[in-house]
Design a protein around this ligand. Structure first.
Ligand SMILES: O=C[C@H](O)COP(=O)(O)O
Length: 247
């Protein structure tokens, strides 16, 4: 069985003081956790978070990276810079990047390539809007995003996929465990084969209003290998409950 993977995406929240107090609770030196745990603070808090996680089982990731290795890209941060700092993970293609920064599958695929070649693990996000689900297009949309992001990759090693139905992000609406399982099984069937790892070894995370009271039911599904948690990861007690539900 794959070890569960639970990632906290802190989005554009926090201050040095809140990062410190959250990680004093979450990243306890020498602690054994029932899941691999990653926190993704904003770029400006990465170095502080890496210091606070030292000696603990919690790893640190970024929320985005450039598709370019280096160069005249004002405001961008390369995957190599993140790896150099001590990040182990990067989120790519989050729906908020797709929506507010007009990111499409081609750019997302290039970011994955850049991140993998810098030695980072990647979590690539896919998911449909409410209108797409109501129109019966959810599977076609998600299949297109999975193929667009992954078809050109030489290997699936180091890649996790997060299914985040956009209608469930930050809304308190969660896909039911059955709905999520159904889409996860579908996503697994879309993963390109012959890419270095068995498709059943690619971690598939669910994201969208994961909370302490629904995490165990989601983790109980055969194709749900973990979670990408937004709001609840900003509360140390709630995030810990979610991590422990992966047991
Ligand atoms: O990356 C995390 C997701 O967007 C989920 O956010 P949420 O748990 O606040 O719904």
């Amino acid at each position: 069985m794959m070890r569960p993977l639970v990632i906290g995406n802190w989005k554009m929240h926090g201050s040095q003081a809140s990062v410190e107090s959250l990680l004093r609770e979450l990243a306890r030196p020498g602690e054994q956790l029932p899941a691999d745990v990653v926190v993704c603070p904003s770029f400006v808090h990465l170095q502080q978070a890496i210091g606070l996680c030292e000696g603990s089982p919690v790893e640190v990731g970024a929320q985005d990276c450039s598709a370019q290795d280096s160069g005249a890209r004002t405001g961008d941060v390369s995957a190599a810079m993140l790896a150099d700092l001590g990040c182990r993970w990067v989120i790519v293609g989050h729906s908020e990047r797709r929506q507010y920064h007009a990111e499409g599958d081609e750019l997302i695929a290039a970011k994955i390539t850049a991140a993998i070649s810098a030695g980072l693990n990647v979590v690539v996000c896919v998911g449909e809007t409410r209108a797409e689900r109501e129109a019966g297009d959810a599977h076609a949309v998600v299949a297109g995003q999975v193929r667009g992001a992954l078809a050109g990759q030489a290997s699936l090693g180091g890649i996790a996929v997060a299914y985040e139905p956009i209608w469930a992000i930050g809304t308190g609406l969660t896909a039911t465990p059955d709905q999520a399982q159904q889409m996860h099984a579908f996503i697994r069937a879309q993963l390109p084969g012959q890419k270095g790892v068995e498709t059943n070894r690619v971690p598939l995370l669910y994201g969208g209003s994961v909370k302490p009271d629904n995490a165990a039911a989601l983790f109980g599904q055969p194709d749900i290998d973990g979670a990408l948690v937004g709001g609840a990861s900003l509360d140390a007690g709630d995030f810990r409950h979610i991590i422990m539900a992966a047991e």
